[in-house]
Every structure is written in C-alpha cells, then in structure tokens.
Design a binder for this molecule. Structure first.
Ligand SMILES: N[C@@H](CCC(=O)N[C@@H](CS)C(=O)NCC(=O)O)C(=O)O
Length: 212
C-alpha cells in the first residue's frame, strides 16, 4: 500500500485533488469510490471521512478531508513542488485568505444558487457569503489583470480557485466574466491540470462502457 492514498470519484471535487497530486508529482494510490454501490457510505470509508464524502487522502497515516485542507496540507508536506509561499512569508496571508474564501463564501454562494436560495439584503448581513454578487466582485478584484492570486507564482490557492471558477462556469452556477475566463484558461493549461483531467476523463469513459 502506498504511503499516499487518495479516495475519489472522477465526477467529484476529487478532480481538484487529482490536479494537486499531479502538481506534486509523487506516486499515489487512487481508490475510486462509486455512488451507485454507496462505497463512500460504508463503515470502512466512514472511518476515514465520517461525512461519507470524497475526496480524502491518507498520507503516512494522516487523514485529511476537505479539498482546501488537502490542498494546503499537500503544499506544505511537499514544499519542493513550490505550491505555497514559505511559512513565515507575508504572502502566507493572502494565500490562506483565498483558500478559505474558496472553501467558505464561494462554496456557500454556489450551494445557495444550486438550491435557488437568493438571500434578501437583511439575510445577507448574517450570511457568511453575503451575496453571490459580492463574492464574485471580490474574486474578480483579485484575479483581474493578474496571473496569480499571491505574489508572482502559482500556488494551491490558484489551483483551488481556478477549479471552483471552472466548475461553476461550466455548470452555470458562476456567471462567466472575462477576468474569470482568462484566469481559468491560463491555469488549466498547466501540464498537471491536463494530466489530471485525462486520468479522470478516462475513468469516466471506462465506467460508461457497457460490461459484457
Ligand atoms: N466540503 C467537502 C465537500 C465534499 C463533497 O461534497 N463531495 C461530494 C462530491 S463533489 C460527495 O462526496 N458527494 C456524495 C455524497 O454526499 O453522498 C470538500 O470540500 O471536500
């Protein structure tokens, strides 16, 4: 068994972590969990993620769930990949800010949109994401005319934000804006992003094949 095990499904947020693992570039063992057979809800997987959700990783016996946490963990565990600013760099501030912004306000705003829940002005004061418009405005301000969220290099925060924007624009939950499209296109060209997509797309295609 590998010391880096990745639990995923190719049609899930696990694609974010596949991209991250391909950026890290070290061997890992992927275990595909299937919705139909409810693998993710079985007791042995619930021992890893009690939510019964993917993705999750187990690295040297350390369990990490939650995409943003997995991105942050892998970037720190494998610093040679250069996916995070050094721990004591001031860039760590915006790096954390945008990772958490993705896991918090963006996730919540998209979830509310999927559920057709449009907060009123009064509600938006107490909701962590405020409104979709404010969330998208903040993100646009961060990426407009900029290649990277933090400093002058690609980090796990870019990987996570580009994944959210790409997924959201493809599924109509995030409005297409030129700044988002430019930002996403740039990062999705990365060799690791392409490799990750190829692997997950091949898994989806294989599962779609009728069995004899
Ligand atoms: N907050 C989690 C969300 C994980 C999540 O919702 N995963 C979905 C797939 S994208 C899942 O496993 N759904 C199956 C289920 O809930 O039964 C994260 O960021 O990793």
């Amino acid at each position: 068994m590998s010391n880096l095990v990745f639990y995923t499904n190719p049609m899930s947020r696990g694609r974010i972590i596949r991209w991250m693992l391909e950026e890290v570039g070290l061997p890992y063992e992927a275990r595909i969990l299937h919705w139909e057979t409810a693998d993710a809800k079985a007791a042995d997987y619930r021992a890893i993620n009690p939510m019964g959700k993917v993705p999750a990783i187990v690295h040297d016996g350390v369990v990490v769930t939650e995409c943003a946490a997995i991105c942050a963990y892998l970037a720190d565990a494998f610093p040679q990949a250069g996916l995070a600013p050094p721990v004591h760099s001031p860039l760590r501030g915006p790096y954390y800010r945008w990772l958490f912004f993705g896991a918090g306000p963006i996730e919540q705003a998209v979830g509310a949109k999927v559920m057709n829940l449009e907060p009123t002005t009064d509600q938006s004061r107490s909701l962590g994401f405020g409104s979709m418009d404010d969330v998208l405005g903040a993100v646009e301000g961060a990426v407009k005319d900029r290649a990277y969220l933090v400093g002058d290099g690609f980090t796990a925060a870019d990987l996570y934000l580009a994944s959210h924007l790409s997924w959201g624009m493809n599924f109509g939950t995030i409005e297409k804006r030129p700044a988002f499209e430019t930002y996403v296109e740039r990062h999705l060209q990365r060799p690791a992003a392409r490799r990750a997509d190829e692997i997950d797309d091949a898994l989806i295609a294989a599962e779609a094949q009728p069995t004899a």
